[in-house]
Design a protein around this ligand. Structure first.
Ligand SMILES: [Fe+2]
Length: 309
């Protein structure tokens, strides 16, 4: 009788072919997943970048420390620390709370002098007067000074001048102050806005002897091309916002008129047979036109003066 079961083995299954089929299908799935995530990333990147440039970077105000060596600086002012603020553009995109927090940070650093280089209020819907209580906290032993920017002219110079003056900030429109310390003197001068105002270097420096170390506040950095013809030793400016939006390996996509030649950081302009002009351009605190910043965070700078032989 034939057994009901047989010991005869089943024909061998080709497992290597099954495994390879499985592997191929897994590879297809993972390739599909990879392609999907690639496409997802490509689609999402502009949105993420847009959100970052709108909501993250403009709020990320950094403080920069800089030492600038300058010839002719009297020993009495060696090591002087100047807080350089610019382009607040208070309004829709910069709140009262942000201004308050910024000013607390500046005052915590205990500057010897505070300089604001223009463009105080941006938005037509807000009153600059709302920030007077915060601006009143800006106090330094050698004083607090400002000039007007082109946006201050758009809002009305009366408003900017009134806000700054009421806050105890000296608005230097084509004029200068002489500061004395331990038997030495220096001058701080300011020039009216070069685009919308009436800049008068003759008036700004009328009370300043040529041999006196002089700091000039000028909203537009490219004014330095005129400043270099004077005896001024250092110019502080803003206006360019460093471009506000920068592309990697390219730099600023757009720079405003009078903010193209010296748009960001420290520059040395040589003079024949004379001391060079040092220029510092701040990227500023706020935004204008588009409320965006990309690879160009807002900033304020603490500049330490160092005398150079
Ligand atoms: Fe500005």
């Amino acid at each position: 009788m034939q057994p009901l079961t047989s010991d005869k083995a089943d024909p061998p299954v080709d497992t290597s072919s099954e495994t390879s089929k499985l592997r191929t299908s897994q590879q297809r799935v993972s390739r599909r997943r990879f392609l999907k995530s690639m496409i997802g990333s490509i689609v999402a990147a502009p949105f993420l970048m847009g959100a970052y440039s709108r909501w993250v970077e403009p709020k990320w105000i950094r403080s920069r420390e800089l030492t600038i060596a300058t010839q002719r600086l009297p020993q009495a002012f060696q090591g002087m620390r100047i807080a350089h603020l610019s382009d607040l553009h208070f309004g829709d995109h910069t709140s009262e709370q942000e201004v308050d927090s910024l000013i607390s940070r500046v005052m915590k650093a205990r500057p010897d002098m505070i300089c604001f280089t223009g463009d105080l209020v941006e938005d037509h819907k807000v009153s600059g007067k709302a920030i007077i209580p915060y601006l009143k906290k800006l106090r330094a032993p050698f004083g607090q000074y400002a000039v007007l920017g082109n946006h201050d002219y758009r809002r009305g110079t009366d408003l900017a001048t009134e806000v700054l003056t009421e806050a105890g900030i000296d608005v230097l429109t084509n004029k200068a102050r002489i500061l004395s310390h331990i038997g030495s003197s220096m001058a701080i001068a300011g020039i009216d806005d070069a685009l919308d105002g009436t800049p008068e270097m003759g008036n700004a420096l009328a009370s300043v002897p040529d041999e006196m170390w002089t700091l000039l506040l000028a909203h537009e950095p490219d004014w330095a091309d005129y400043t270099v013809s004077s005896h001024v030793d250092m110019q502080l400016s803003g206006h360019s916002h460093g471009g506000q939006i920068r592309a990697p390996f390219y730099g600023p996509i757009f720079l405003p008129e009078m903010g193209k030649r010296y748009p960001d950081g420290v520059y040395t302009l040589p003079r024949e047979h004379d001391h060079p002009l040092m220029v510092h351009t701040s990227r500023g605190l706020g935004t204008t036109l588009l409320p965006l910043r990309l690879f160009c965070p807002p900033e304020w700078t603490m500049i330490t003066l160092q005398s150079e032989m």
